[in-house]
Design a protein around this ligand. Structure first.
Ligand code: CP
Ligand code: NVA
Length: 307
Protein backbone atom coordinates (compact mmCIF):
# COMPACT_ATOMS: atom_id res chain seq x y z
CA UNK A 1 0.00 0.00 0.00
CA UNK A 2 3.03 2.25 0.31
CA UNK A 3 2.81 3.35 -3.30
CA UNK A 4 -0.73 4.68 -2.82
CA UNK A 5 0.58 7.59 -0.75
CA UNK A 6 -0.46 10.85 -2.40
CA UNK A 7 -2.71 9.07 -4.89
CA UNK A 8 -6.29 10.09 -5.74
CA UNK A 9 -9.17 7.65 -5.22
CA UNK A 10 -11.51 8.42 -8.13
CA UNK A 11 -12.42 4.97 -9.49
CA UNK A 12 -11.36 1.40 -8.68
CA UNK A 13 -10.21 1.04 -12.29
CA UNK A 14 -7.10 3.04 -11.28
CA UNK A 15 -6.05 0.39 -8.74
CA UNK A 16 -4.55 -3.05 -9.23
CA UNK A 17 -6.17 -6.18 -7.82
CA UNK A 18 -3.32 -6.43 -5.31
CA UNK A 19 -3.94 -2.86 -4.15
CA UNK A 20 -7.68 -3.46 -3.78
CA UNK A 21 -7.09 -6.68 -1.81
CA UNK A 22 -4.55 -4.87 0.39
CA UNK A 23 -7.08 -2.09 1.05
CA UNK A 24 -9.63 -4.74 2.05
CA UNK A 25 -7.11 -6.39 4.40
CA UNK A 26 -6.40 -3.03 6.00
CA UNK A 27 -10.13 -2.25 6.32
CA UNK A 28 -10.72 -5.58 8.08
CA UNK A 29 -7.69 -5.00 10.34
CA UNK A 30 -8.92 -1.51 11.28
CA UNK A 31 -12.41 -2.90 11.91
CA UNK A 32 -10.89 -5.38 14.39
CA UNK A 33 -9.29 -2.47 16.25
CA UNK A 34 -5.81 -3.45 15.03
CA UNK A 35 -3.48 -1.61 12.69
CA UNK A 36 -1.87 1.79 13.05
CA UNK A 37 -3.15 3.99 15.91
CA UNK A 38 -3.94 7.63 15.00
CA UNK A 39 -1.91 7.49 11.76
CA UNK A 40 -3.49 10.75 10.56
CA UNK A 41 -2.81 12.83 13.67
CA UNK A 42 -2.67 16.49 12.70
CA UNK A 43 -4.07 15.89 9.18
CA UNK A 44 -7.22 17.52 7.83
CA UNK A 45 -9.79 16.37 5.27
CA UNK A 46 -11.99 18.87 3.42
CA UNK A 47 -15.32 17.25 2.51
CA UNK A 48 -17.22 18.99 -0.31
CA UNK A 49 -20.85 17.92 -0.70
CA UNK A 50 -22.88 19.03 -3.72
CA UNK A 51 -25.56 16.43 -2.86
CA UNK A 52 -27.19 15.04 0.30
CA UNK A 53 -25.55 12.27 2.29
CA UNK A 54 -25.95 10.29 5.48
CA UNK A 55 -23.45 7.43 5.25
CA UNK A 56 -20.68 9.11 3.28
CA UNK A 57 -20.64 12.23 5.39
CA UNK A 58 -20.86 10.55 8.78
CA UNK A 59 -18.46 7.71 7.96
CA UNK A 60 -15.77 10.01 6.54
CA UNK A 61 -16.18 12.45 9.41
CA UNK A 62 -16.08 9.79 12.14
CA UNK A 63 -13.36 7.85 10.31
CA UNK A 64 -11.09 10.87 10.09
CA UNK A 65 -11.57 11.57 13.82
CA UNK A 66 -10.84 7.93 14.71
CA UNK A 67 -7.61 8.12 12.71
CA UNK A 68 -6.53 11.16 14.70
CA UNK A 69 -7.27 13.73 12.01
CA UNK A 70 -9.83 16.47 11.58
CA UNK A 71 -12.63 16.58 9.00
CA UNK A 72 -14.23 19.77 7.64
CA UNK A 73 -17.76 19.54 6.22
CA UNK A 74 -17.97 21.95 3.27
CA UNK A 75 -21.50 22.21 1.94
CA UNK A 76 -21.71 23.44 -1.62
CA UNK A 77 -24.28 25.98 -0.42
CA UNK A 78 -21.82 27.53 1.99
CA UNK A 79 -18.53 27.58 0.09
CA UNK A 80 -17.86 29.91 -2.84
CA UNK A 81 -17.84 26.97 -5.28
CA UNK A 82 -21.64 27.07 -5.02
CA UNK A 83 -21.58 30.73 -6.08
CA UNK A 84 -19.48 30.14 -9.16
CA UNK A 85 -15.88 30.12 -7.92
CA UNK A 86 -13.97 27.85 -10.27
CA UNK A 87 -12.95 24.28 -9.48
CA UNK A 88 -9.39 25.33 -10.39
CA UNK A 89 -9.25 28.08 -7.76
CA UNK A 90 -11.00 25.89 -5.20
CA UNK A 91 -8.45 23.10 -5.80
CA UNK A 92 -5.49 25.48 -5.48
CA UNK A 93 -6.78 27.20 -2.34
CA UNK A 94 -7.86 24.05 -0.49
CA UNK A 95 -4.46 22.49 -1.29
CA UNK A 96 -2.87 25.24 0.83
CA UNK A 97 -5.04 24.39 3.87
CA UNK A 98 -6.00 20.73 4.03
CA UNK A 99 -4.21 17.42 3.45
CA UNK A 100 -6.89 15.77 1.29
CA UNK A 101 -10.28 16.47 -0.25
CA UNK A 102 -13.31 14.20 -0.39
CA UNK A 103 -15.93 15.37 -2.88
CA UNK A 104 -19.49 14.30 -3.74
CA UNK A 105 -20.42 15.94 -7.02
CA UNK A 106 -22.70 15.69 -10.03
CA UNK A 107 -20.45 15.27 -13.08
CA UNK A 108 -17.49 12.93 -12.71
CA UNK A 109 -15.45 15.32 -14.85
CA UNK A 110 -15.75 17.94 -12.10
CA UNK A 111 -14.04 15.56 -9.69
CA UNK A 112 -11.37 14.76 -12.27
CA UNK A 113 -10.76 18.46 -12.77
CA UNK A 114 -10.48 19.02 -9.01
CA UNK A 115 -8.01 16.14 -8.75
CA UNK A 116 -6.01 17.45 -11.69
CA UNK A 117 -5.47 20.86 -10.11
CA UNK A 118 -5.24 19.89 -6.45
CA UNK A 119 -1.78 19.17 -5.05
CA UNK A 120 -3.28 16.74 -2.51
CA UNK A 121 -5.21 13.46 -2.80
CA UNK A 122 -8.84 13.71 -3.91
CA UNK A 123 -11.33 10.99 -2.89
CA UNK A 124 -14.53 10.45 -4.89
CA UNK A 125 -17.51 10.32 -2.51
CA UNK A 126 -19.95 9.66 -5.41
CA UNK A 127 -20.51 11.21 -8.81
CA UNK A 128 -23.24 10.55 -11.36
CA UNK A 129 -20.87 7.96 -12.86
CA UNK A 130 -19.02 6.24 -10.00
CA UNK A 131 -19.19 5.38 -6.31
CA UNK A 132 -15.85 3.65 -5.59
CA UNK A 133 -15.93 3.95 -1.78
CA UNK A 134 -19.25 2.12 -1.85
CA UNK A 135 -17.84 -0.64 -4.04
CA UNK A 136 -14.86 -1.16 -1.74
CA UNK A 137 -17.18 -1.45 1.27
CA UNK A 138 -19.37 -3.85 -0.74
CA UNK A 139 -16.39 -6.10 -1.51
CA UNK A 140 -15.44 -6.06 2.17
CA UNK A 141 -18.99 -7.10 3.10
CA UNK A 142 -19.02 -9.91 0.53
CA UNK A 143 -15.62 -11.14 1.72
CA UNK A 144 -16.72 -11.13 5.36
CA UNK A 145 -19.95 -13.02 4.66
CA UNK A 146 -18.72 -15.43 1.99
CA UNK A 147 -15.12 -15.93 3.08
CA UNK A 148 -13.85 -15.36 -0.46
CA UNK A 149 -14.33 -13.21 -3.54
CA UNK A 150 -12.96 -15.00 -6.61
CA UNK A 151 -15.49 -17.28 -8.28
CA UNK A 152 -18.60 -15.77 -6.69
CA UNK A 153 -21.49 -14.31 -8.70
CA UNK A 154 -22.96 -10.87 -7.97
CA UNK A 155 -26.25 -9.86 -9.60
CA UNK A 156 -27.20 -6.20 -9.70
CA UNK A 157 -30.80 -5.50 -10.68
CA UNK A 158 -31.88 -1.90 -11.24
CA UNK A 159 -30.52 1.31 -12.69
CA UNK A 160 -27.22 1.00 -14.56
CA UNK A 161 -25.54 4.07 -13.13
CA UNK A 162 -22.95 5.08 -10.52
CA UNK A 163 -23.28 2.24 -7.99
CA UNK A 164 -23.65 -0.40 -10.72
CA UNK A 165 -20.61 0.98 -12.59
CA UNK A 166 -18.33 0.84 -9.55
CA UNK A 167 -19.64 -2.56 -8.47
CA UNK A 168 -18.95 -3.91 -11.96
CA UNK A 169 -15.36 -2.67 -11.95
CA UNK A 170 -14.71 -3.74 -8.37
CA UNK A 171 -16.05 -7.25 -8.99
CA UNK A 172 -14.12 -7.60 -12.24
CA UNK A 173 -10.88 -6.60 -10.47
CA UNK A 174 -11.22 -9.37 -7.89
CA UNK A 175 -12.53 -12.12 -10.18
CA UNK A 176 -16.22 -12.04 -9.22
CA UNK A 177 -18.70 -12.78 -12.03
CA UNK A 178 -21.13 -9.91 -12.32
CA UNK A 179 -24.51 -9.77 -14.05
CA UNK A 180 -26.36 -6.48 -14.41
CA UNK A 181 -30.08 -6.48 -15.28
CA UNK A 182 -31.74 -3.20 -16.16
CA UNK A 183 -34.84 -2.15 -18.08
CA UNK A 184 -34.19 -1.14 -21.70
CA UNK A 185 -32.77 2.35 -21.80
CA UNK A 186 -31.24 2.13 -18.32
CA UNK A 187 -28.23 -0.03 -19.19
CA UNK A 188 -24.82 0.85 -17.76
CA UNK A 189 -22.51 3.07 -19.80
CA UNK A 190 -21.21 1.04 -22.76
CA UNK A 191 -17.62 2.28 -22.35
CA UNK A 192 -17.54 1.31 -18.68
CA UNK A 193 -18.99 -2.11 -19.51
CA UNK A 194 -16.26 -2.60 -22.13
CA UNK A 195 -13.63 -1.64 -19.60
CA UNK A 196 -15.08 -3.94 -16.94
CA UNK A 197 -15.20 -6.81 -19.45
CA UNK A 198 -11.52 -6.37 -20.27
CA UNK A 199 -10.63 -6.29 -16.58
CA UNK A 200 -12.79 -9.37 -15.92
CA UNK A 201 -11.15 -11.25 -18.78
CA UNK A 202 -7.76 -10.66 -17.20
CA UNK A 203 -9.02 -12.08 -13.90
CA UNK A 204 -10.92 -15.09 -15.20
CA UNK A 205 -14.39 -13.73 -14.55
CA UNK A 206 -17.25 -12.35 -16.62
CA UNK A 207 -19.48 -9.30 -16.97
CA UNK A 208 -22.97 -9.84 -18.37
CA UNK A 209 -25.48 -7.07 -19.12
CA UNK A 210 -29.07 -8.12 -19.73
CA UNK A 211 -32.66 -6.88 -19.55
CA UNK A 212 -33.72 -10.12 -17.83
CA UNK A 213 -33.63 -9.97 -14.00
CA UNK A 214 -34.15 -13.73 -13.67
CA UNK A 215 -31.14 -14.47 -15.87
CA UNK A 216 -29.04 -12.14 -13.72
CA UNK A 217 -30.29 -13.50 -10.39
CA UNK A 218 -29.82 -17.15 -11.39
CA UNK A 219 -27.36 -18.87 -9.03
CA UNK A 220 -26.15 -15.55 -7.61
CA UNK A 221 -24.28 -15.42 -4.31
CA UNK A 222 -25.13 -11.74 -3.93
CA UNK A 223 -28.22 -9.78 -5.00
CA UNK A 224 -27.78 -6.01 -5.15
CA UNK A 225 -29.99 -3.08 -6.00
CA UNK A 226 -30.10 0.71 -5.71
CA UNK A 227 -32.78 3.39 -5.97
CA UNK A 228 -34.59 3.81 -9.29
CA UNK A 229 -34.30 7.60 -9.24
CA UNK A 230 -30.88 8.86 -8.15
CA UNK A 231 -30.10 12.24 -6.65
CA UNK A 232 -30.74 14.84 -9.34
CA UNK A 233 -33.41 12.66 -11.04
CA UNK A 234 -36.27 13.48 -8.66
CA UNK A 235 -38.41 14.83 -11.52
CA UNK A 236 -38.25 11.44 -13.28
CA UNK A 237 -39.47 9.49 -10.24
CA UNK A 238 -42.94 8.70 -11.59
CA UNK A 239 -41.74 7.66 -15.04
CA UNK A 240 -39.00 5.52 -13.55
CA UNK A 241 -41.38 3.65 -11.24
CA UNK A 242 -43.29 2.66 -14.39
CA UNK A 243 -40.17 1.81 -16.43
CA UNK A 244 -38.68 -0.33 -13.64
CA UNK A 245 -41.83 -2.40 -13.04
CA UNK A 246 -40.76 -6.05 -12.85
CA UNK A 247 -37.26 -5.19 -11.64
CA UNK A 248 -38.00 -5.24 -7.91
CA UNK A 249 -35.91 -7.65 -5.86
CA UNK A 250 -38.66 -9.61 -4.12
CA UNK A 251 -38.87 -13.14 -2.72
CA UNK A 252 -39.85 -14.52 -6.10
CA UNK A 253 -36.70 -13.13 -7.77
CA UNK A 254 -34.57 -14.24 -4.79
CA UNK A 255 -35.73 -17.83 -5.33
CA UNK A 256 -33.45 -17.92 -8.40
CA UNK A 257 -30.35 -17.06 -6.37
CA UNK A 258 -28.34 -19.52 -4.26
CA UNK A 259 -30.23 -20.39 -1.04
CA UNK A 260 -27.52 -18.71 1.07
CA UNK A 261 -27.35 -15.51 -1.03
CA UNK A 262 -26.79 -12.18 0.68
CA UNK A 263 -28.75 -9.03 -0.17
CA UNK A 264 -26.89 -5.72 -0.50
CA UNK A 265 -28.14 -2.17 -1.05
CA UNK A 266 -25.97 0.93 -0.85
CA UNK A 267 -28.87 2.81 0.83
CA UNK A 268 -30.93 4.94 1.09
CA UNK A 269 -33.63 2.44 0.06
CA UNK A 270 -37.26 2.63 -0.98
CA UNK A 271 -39.11 -0.41 0.32
CA UNK A 272 -41.77 -1.49 -2.14
CA UNK A 273 -39.90 -0.01 -5.12
CA UNK A 274 -36.48 -1.49 -5.96
CA UNK A 275 -36.75 -4.03 -3.12
CA UNK A 276 -39.62 -5.55 -1.14
CA UNK A 277 -39.67 -5.00 2.62
CA UNK A 278 -39.64 -8.76 3.04
CA UNK A 279 -36.23 -9.03 1.35
CA UNK A 280 -34.47 -5.93 2.67
CA UNK A 281 -35.60 -6.67 6.24
CA UNK A 282 -35.28 -10.44 5.84
CA UNK A 283 -32.63 -12.94 7.01
CA UNK A 284 -30.42 -12.68 3.89
CA UNK A 285 -30.06 -8.91 4.10
CA UNK A 286 -26.73 -7.58 5.37
CA UNK A 287 -27.33 -3.94 4.53
CA UNK A 288 -26.25 -2.59 7.89
CA UNK A 289 -22.97 -4.51 7.87
CA UNK A 290 -22.50 -3.00 4.42
CA UNK A 291 -23.25 0.50 5.69
CA UNK A 292 -20.87 0.00 8.63
CA UNK A 293 -18.13 -1.11 6.28
CA UNK A 294 -18.17 2.29 4.57
CA UNK A 295 -16.41 3.51 7.72
CA UNK A 296 -13.72 0.82 7.72
CA UNK A 297 -13.13 0.81 3.96
CA UNK A 298 -12.77 4.59 3.84
CA UNK A 299 -10.43 4.59 6.82
CA UNK A 300 -8.26 2.17 4.84
CA UNK A 301 -8.36 4.49 1.81
CA UNK A 302 -7.41 7.50 3.94
CA UNK A 303 -4.58 5.66 5.68
CA UNK A 304 -3.22 4.44 2.35
CA UNK A 305 -3.50 7.71 0.44
CA UNK A 306 -2.67 10.16 3.24
CA UNK A 307 -0.43 8.71 5.91
N1 CP B 1 -24.62 4.87 0.16
C1 CP B 1 -24.36 6.17 0.32
O1 CP B 1 -23.43 6.73 -0.27
O2 CP B 1 -25.19 6.82 1.19
P1 CP B 1 -25.29 8.38 1.45
O3 CP B 1 -25.90 9.00 0.22
O4 CP B 1 -26.16 8.51 2.65
O5 CP B 1 -23.91 8.93 1.68
N1 NVA C 1 -27.57 5.98 -7.19
C1 NVA C 1 -27.78 6.70 -5.95
C2 NVA C 1 -26.76 6.29 -4.93
C3 NVA C 1 -26.87 6.98 -3.61
C4 NVA C 1 -25.82 6.54 -2.63
C5 NVA C 1 -27.68 8.19 -6.24
O1 NVA C 1 -26.83 8.59 -7.03
O2 NVA C 1 -28.49 8.94 -5.69
Amino acid sequence: LNNLKGKDFLTLADFSTEEILALLDLAIELKAGKGPQKPLAGKTLGMIFQKSSTRTRVSFEVGMLQLGGHPLFLSNNDIQLGRGETIYDTAKVLSRYVDAIMIRAHGHEQVEELAKHADIPVINGLTDTYHPCQALADLQTILEHKGRLKGLKVAYIGDGNNVAHSLMIGCAKVGIDVAIATPAGYEPDAKIVERAKLIAQAHGSSVVVTNDPVEAAKNADVLYTDVWASMGQEAEQEKRVKDFAGYQIDSQLCSHAKPDFIFLHCLPAHRGEEVSAEVIDGPNSVIFDEAENRLHAQKAIMVACLS
